[in-house]
Design a protein around this ligand. Structure first.
Ligand SMILES: Cc1ncc(COP(=O)(O)O)c(C=O)c1O
Length: 365
């Protein structure tokens, strides 16, 4: 009889498969409900830029061709926008893929990564897959990444340090001054990954570090088009780093990993300033509304600089998730982040936020 466990690399069983936000259609099939509100995956509830979507239809006529492996147009645009060189950029099928590529490119069994106890699970998975060790630093009592604790965990086998900034699922962030101090103490042969998936939501907050201006040779910055740019379904993210780092990761990047439609959509999305502005405004309004409602309900929540909020659930987060699911509202329980008394909700549009609060009230009383 086929013994698949024997055939597979044992590292494949080092981690539990990623738990994704429940897709809307899956819930429709399971519960036979038509009105579903998904606030589980920090997507942009405004939807994609309509200007972008209209122009995209022509691209469909080119899908018989492989995409540009170097993402030429997008690279050119980012060179201008970010004031970096072409060779400082690498593109991925979502920043998720780049996290995995970093593991593949740098981690051996004897190595370790340092990250935070309640940080995006994909960092640990990238290390687990390679058989490397994961060292989780405690966070502060306010659930902010604790850089001092991280420093303590770095040793001669540390290759990569992963910091979500802002951090998912807490929504909190490390400040510029703390980050500079941290970088001055990190050994130069340790690569520090700043995962800035929510950069566009966070960049104008006081003391949010402008990492690209800091010029560290061992710094890797990750960004994505999945969040503010509303392209989660197309899968495109990028990494900014020194040419030396990029050239290593390029060796493990699959050819044509970024599809044709995603490349064009990313360029076009950058151009629709109105859409980006409207998204920020929707998020700001949603954040005020949800915070005020949480206050009224005496629900504790963390201050956030993102498009999601981590809140205390009164009952187990998992149970709240299930009860809300039955009412057609998909939130995210965060058990796998060792936060079983919390849940995460994406800040949606007006209607979604209102329905979320209505259902939350109903479920908690
Ligand atoms: C902190 C963080 N990093 C990376 C990602 C992955 O984003 P992408 O859609 O670009 O793969 C997410 C998605 O939720 C995230 O929250």
């Amino acid at each position: 009889m086929l013994d698949i466990k024997k055939l597979a690399r044992k590292e494949v069983f080092n981690f539990e498969p990623y738990v994704h936000g429940k897709p809307i259609d899956e819930l429709k099939r399971e519960f036979k409900i038509q009105d579903i509100y998904k606030l589980a995956s920090n997507e942009n509830s405004l939807g994609p830029s309509k200007k972008m979507a209209q122009k995209l239809t022509n691209v469909l006529l080119d899908v018989h061709r492989y995409p540009d492996p170097g993402c030429y147009d997008l690279r050119k645009l980012l060179v201008k926008k970010l004031a970096v060189l072409q060779e400082n950029l690498l593109f991925g099928n979502g920043s998720d893929e780049i996290i995995e590529l970093l593991g593949k490119a740098f981690l051996n069994k004897e190595d370790n990564i340092v990250t935070s106890a309640h940080s995006f699970i994909r960092y640990a998975m990238a290390a687990d897959l390679m058989g490397a060790k994961v060292k989780n630093a405690k966070m502060t009592k306010d659930l902010v990444v604790d850089l001092t604790e991280m420093l303590k965990l770095i040793d001669e086998n540390t290759k990569l340090v992963f910091i979500g900034n802002p951090n998912n699922p807490t929504g909190t962030y490390v400040k510029k001054q703390d980050f500079s101090e941290f970088m001055s103490k990190v050994p130069e042969n340790v690569l520090v990954v700043m995962d800035e998936a929510y950069y566009e939501y966070a960049k104008d907050y006081p003391d949010y570090p402008d990492t690209l201006a800091m010029g560290y040779e061992n710094l890797i910055v990750l960004r994505t088009f999945s969040k503010l740019f509303a392209l989660a379904g197309l899968r495109i993210g990028y990494m900014i780093a020194s040419f030396d780092i990029i050239s290593v990761v390029e060796r493990v990047r699959p050819p044509f990993n970024v599809n044709l439609i995603a490349q064009v959509a990313a360029v076009l999305s950058f151009g629709d300033k109105q859409h980006l502005q409207s998204t920020l405004e929707m998020n700001k309004d949603g954040m005020s509304y949800l915070s005020a409602e949480f206050d009224k309900m005496m629900v504790e929540y963390l201050p956030t600089i993102t498009n999601f909020i981590l809140f205390k659930t009164k009952i187990k987060g998992k149970d709240l998730f299930k009860k809300m699911l039955e009412q057609g509202v998909i939130i995210r329980s965060v058990d796998e982040y060792d936060l079983s008394d919390y849940a995460r909700v994406t800040i949606g549009n007006n209607k979604e936020n209102k329905i979320f609060i209505e259902v939350l009230k109903k479920v908690l009383t």
